[in-house]
Design a protein around this ligand. Sequence first.
Ligand code: ZN
Length: 210
Amino acid sequence: MLTRPRPPEDLLGPDGACTAMPVRPDHDLLAWIRATFIDEDAPLLNEDHLHLRSAQLGTLWCAVPNARQGNSVVGMCETTAFMGNRWAKARFEQQITGWFGSMPHFLLTFDAGFADQCDDATFCSLVEHELYHAGQAKDRWGAPRFSKTTGLPVFEIRGHDVEEFVGVVARYGVGAAAGRTAALVEAANRGPIICETAIAGACGTCGHKL
Ligand SMILES: [Zn+2]
């Protein structure tokens, strides 16, 4: 197993957020993510991420604390589609291409302090949560979509498999619950394929407590 990259030292500790450059691209982190979860010979290969073999990804550490609904945000997945005026868009694209050489399909940002403190399993589950948000669009029949011009998958942010209230399941059972609740319950009952972990933090993409 490859050792996971650590955030830069100067982003850690109470002064981390006060550095002049609290956002830092890390190409080694992306290489580790591909080698661990995505590549053909990855030790923790997850076939749900296969479309990401043809995606361009950019990975960042950030030392600026972020919170959503009272929970610390520890990871986030975004597309690089920019909403704003043309100068702001130009500024954004110059910054991102300066870091990564081109515009990635997805930007993955991780909290430097959290990543430094958490154990390997927690970090893996955080990374995979964000990778799951880096989805491939589907057509109306549920088949994965590909671009007619580039032949590449059409990339988009994917929502969660399950959005349901515990109370609904408690009162009406898994069969009546929304989306793939039954599949989630089944997976929970089977036990983890990799290992048990507990993340205390939230995802900036979905706002969910991880
Ligand atoms: Zn999320």
